[in-house]
Ligand binder design. Sequence first.
Ligand code: NAD
Ligand code: 2YH
Length: 272
Amino acid sequence: MALLTTNNLNKIKEDMEKNKTLIEKLTNKNLTQLYESIYNTYYKSECVGIIPITCGNGIISGFAESIFYTLQLVNINAFITKNTDVSGYYEAIDKKADIVIMADDETYLSYNLKNKKMSNNQQATARIYSEILININENIIKGSKFINLQKEVLIIGVGNVGKHAIQTFLNNNYKTYIYDIDKRKLNKLTEQYPQLIIFDFKLENKFLKIFEATQNENTVPESVLLDNTIISTPGIPRALSEILQKKYNINLIMEPLGLGTISMLYEVFENK
Ligand code: NAD
Ligand code: 2YH
């Protein structure tokens, strides 16, 4: 599994500000409204304890701080424990955290100590990045001559994150195309969901909406792009070169940690 690096996180403030503005423009909702509408939960003023974890590859410098910054951006009260691991967990509870959030090399989770709801980063990340595409404001699409494509999506990369996005698009009756370099994954998924279409680049389909979740760069080929295509991509590194982004005026939703982290909290907040 790909591990985040300090380098991935060094522009988190700039990345989150940019994405927040773009998402608000595209969905006509601020981040809080968007998350509340997705999960039907709300922030009651719970306090979140962020616990640094040293096992495996150890502390990623800037990881806990990036979570802290992200939560500040959406006015969620949080603190980073001074201690790590089990001692950090003890400290979080001692300091009256309602929710704890922490990651080792395999799993990044949040857990609500009161209502016992738990969230996993891969699923939560898939949910917010797919819901952004589903929540695109109609006025943005209305002007497009490709309005007939508004309920079609291409998912590139159906690993741990991408496979969770499938369900969200199918639940919203999207014509869902999937593509992965690992053909076994595609075949397995079409057995599970017969309505999925395995994407064939020879067909020359183009998309208004693309979801990308791979660990490789430049995975979105030029042939699928339209002017103003919206690409929602948690994948690291960049799914699309800056040259193609400019050429097609692509709306690119992309950052390494924050949107999925907020999703992990709304998933464990109390129901409205
Ligand atoms: P994964 O390894 O489980 O899945 C990646 C999938 O991409 C694999 O199925 C692989 O075969 C496929 N793939 C690789 N290159 C491809 C290509 N050129 N074209 C099509 N498919 C290709 O990884 P994952 O856990 O699903 O994570 C995917 C990416 O998302 C990673 O970069 C990870 O770091 C990132 N991620 C980001 C966030 C965030 O908050 N932004 C959160 C979780 C994961
Ligand atoms: O980046 C990771 C793993 N790939 C799991 C994320 C799932 N998308 N973990 C971060 C490790 C953080 C470290 N233990 C710390 O600084 O606490």
